[in-house]
Design a protein around this ligand. Structure first.
Ligand SMILES: [Zn+2]
Ligand SMILES: [Zn+2]
Length: 128
């Protein structure tokens, strides 16, 4: 799809401004079907004064210059935190208290005593 620059007239100040091909493409990508009815400076002024145009999304909708395209970059910063939705892997250890088999969600290091659910619960209760 190719776009051509268009000259539009601002309905606020009557000035002519160019709706560039790049902007048209940007609008199309965002799903906007309307052409801008105001020149860039009037749009800035309206935004600054808090007057909401369409789609009052706080994150800048039309501010082509400031960001917008950077959304893609985020999403990589989720780090290695394990997803909680997945199946948790359980490891078998021997309860240090009652000697029964205990399932724990971490690899038993051998340094810390492992407690089964029951013992863990009762120990916690005793502490409180
Ligand atoms: Zn204007
Ligand atoms: Zn136990």
């Amino acid at each position: 799809m190719s776009y051509a620059d268009k000259t539009l007239t601002c309905r606020d100040c009557g000035a002519q401004f160019v709706f560039t091909a790049g902007e048209q493409e940007f609008y199309a990508q965002k799903g906007f079907t309307n052409e801008p009815s105001r020149c860039p400076s009037c749009r800035q002024a309206r935004k600054a004064s808090g007057g909401g145009g369409y789609g009052n999304r706080s994150s800048g909708g039309y501010s082509e210059r400031s960001g917008g395209y950077s959304e893609r970059d985020s999403g990589y910063d989720r780090g290695g935190s394990a997803r909680s939705s997945g199946v948790r892997e359980m490891y078998t250890a021997i309860c240090a208290n009652c000697g029964r088999e205990a399932k724990v969600p971490f690899v038993p290091s051998g340094r810390k005593p492992v407690l089964c659910d029951d013992c863990f619960q009762s120990q916690r209760r005793n502490r409180m």
